[in-house]
Design a protein around this ligand. Structure first.
Ligand code: 5GP
Ligand code: ZN
Length: 114
């Protein structure tokens, strides 16, 4: 999609610190980390957020969880655990309208965090 930051990052048009890539997903370090490990996983297909998923997107959405598992493993987060966050819509603080999972780890995290 034109003028979408995460489409451009996943296509390599805007530089990022890449952590993982396959045919369907791209993962890169968040520019403003809020935890010692903070990586974003995005589908290469432009989908705005969970709220706008269609049935056609169900397969890619399911595969995204598996990609998140692979990225967390690459980051060495398996043993200690990690948090996965999908901010969805304005009140949840979604600032980039291209669906992304935040993988957060490397520290003890408080819960609930709302
Ligand atoms: P949201 O608030 O939409 O859930 O998350 C967007 C995330 O994208 C934020 O954590 C923000 O720091 C990150 N971000 C915004 N612009 C860029 C960028 O140009 N490069 C990278 N690597 N991360 C970005
Ligand atoms: Zn996009």
């Amino acid at each position: 999609m034109e003028d979408c930051l995460f489409c451009k990052i996943s296509q390599g048009e805007i530089p990022s610190t890449k952590v993982y890539e396959d045919d369907d997903f791209f993962a890169f370090k968040d520019i403003n980390p809020v935890a010692p490990v903070h990586v974003l996983v995005v589908p290469k297909k432009h989908i705005a957020n969970i709220a706008s998923l269609t049935e056609e997107d169900a397969a890619v959405a399911g595969k995204m969880l598996y990609a998140i598992q692979k990225v967390a493993h690459l980051l060495g987060l398996d043993k200690d655990g990690y948090r996965v966050v999908f901010n969805t819509g304005e009140k949840a603080g979604q600032t980039v309208l291209h669906m992304h999972a935040h993988i957060l780890g490397g520290k003890e995290m408080a819960w609930p965090g709302v």
